[in-house]
Ligand binder design. Structure first.
Ligand SMILES: [Zn+2]
Length: 383
């Protein structure tokens, strides 16, 4: 079954269970295959887009952007290319400066925008497209994050990371030969973002039971199955093979769809994401080069899993039973290391002091009930 057929079934299942939780009908066209880039031009013609904008950076231009622009021009369509320059430390970040660069690059006549890159370029494009009321197409250049299908854009505004309303892509073209050629650290980051679902899904049960927050069994299951597929195929993902990146990309898309369906990040983002956002804000404040989102999430999830398991063992709280099913921190670090990503906070370049601060403040970033929030409220963090 391909992803489009799969989405149809998920939609039906979600609509049937609307009593538990309202579900949005997910409508996007997805191609995850070798040679997917070649389908883009015919898709544009079919949608009647004669003039489009392509947003890339220097790396993603070489990986796919140039080729995509060529295919579009060969089809007789007009494409304006916006190449985002790196900042002083060599990053492209989703902040006010880059939002402005994308805004300025989208001409009035442009009918759609293509995001060619990983998470950051997608966040910039989805936000600008929302504000300019244009559709956007996703062309991932690495299986590095589950945010491709997201409707929210995490942006850095005044140095603080907040999620803003934006639009999901109308279509995704994930070319396996492009994903396979991506640096293994990017693939490892995508795997880390997926591994984080162990703690985010467990936290969702706790949000539901202790925080009275909405819960959807369908969205939970979609994410859980995607996570399981990644763990089952860890050897292929570690090898960075076509099979590996295909399993991972499908899992990342599925995770994104579960969020899209319920219009919330609950299934995919718990305490581990809050810690990651906190660390990211610290790095920005210090003007340091960014560490990939999924790399931070994977390490934070591995760290939290033993803390959560301990919480379940020591606190007589029914809701925490779910934490007993988490893999050990040791197991999670072994998986992260196997796929070629960082597995400890030292690998991330995070000091113990920064970590302590993150553990004590991360839960204040989002209005969510998590095990991490409970530990802070009950002063259970060791000093
Ligand atoms: Zn994530």
């Amino acid at each position: 079954m391909n992803m489009n057929e799969q989405i149809k079934l998920w939609n039906e299942e979600a609509q049937a269970s609307n009593a538990d939780h309202p579900h949005r009908k997910v409508e996007l066209f997805i191609e995850v295959r070798d040679g997917a880039l070649e389908s883009i031009a015919s898709y544009l013609i079919q949608q009647n887009y004669r003039h489009v904008t392509l947003v890339e950076d220097e790396h993603t231009s070489a990986a796919a952007g140039k080729k995509v622009a060529e295919f579009i021009r060969e089809a007789g369509l007009t494409v304006d290319v916006v190449r985002l320059p790196p900042n002083a430390v060599g990053d492209v970040i989703a902040d006010e400066t880059y939002i402005m660069k994308v805004l300025l690059g989208v001409a009035d006549q442009s009918q759609a925008v293509l995001a060619v890159g990983s998470g950051t370029i997608h966040d910039l494009v989805r936000f600008v497209c929302y504000k300019m009321n244009r559709p956007f197409l996703s062309v991932p250049t690495a299986a590095s994050v589950d945010g491709f299908t997201s409707a929210g854009a995490p942006l850095i505004v005044d140095g603080s990371k907040q999620t803003f309303q934006a639009v999901p892509p109308e279509a995704i073209f994930a070319d396996l030969s492009v994903l396979e050629s991506a640096p293994q650290t990017m693939t490892a980051a995508g795997f880390g973002d997926m591994l984080g679902k162990f703690t985010s899904l467990a936290d969702w049960h706790v949000s539901r039971d202790l925080g009275n927050e909405p819960y959807s069994p369908v969205a939970n299951r979609i994410t859980e199955e995607a996570l399981r597929a990644c763990v089952e195929h860890v050897d292929e993902i570690a090898a960075g093979s076509k099979t590996g990146v295909e399993v991972l990309m499908n899992a990342l898309i599925a995770s994104g769809i579960s969020m899209l369906m319920i219009d919330h990040s609950r299934p995919a983002s718990g305490g581990e994401h809050h810690i990651s956002h906190r660390i990211e804000m610290d790095f920005i404040a210090e003007g340091r080069k960014q560490v990939l989102h999924g790399a931070k999430v994977g390490v934070a999830s591995a760290l939290l899993s033993d803390m959560y398991r301990e919480l379940a063992a020591n606190q007589d709280v029914e809701a925490f039973k779910v934490y007993r099913t988490l893999p050990t921190s040791e197991q999670m670090r072994a998986w992260l290391a196997q796929v070629g990503g960082p597995s400890t906070i030292a690998d991330l370049g995070v000091t113990q002091e920064q970590l302590d601060r993150a553990l004590r403040t991360a839960h204040t970033l989002r209005d969510r009930y998590t095990g991490l929030k409970y530990m802070n409220e009950h002063q259970l963090l060791r000093s």
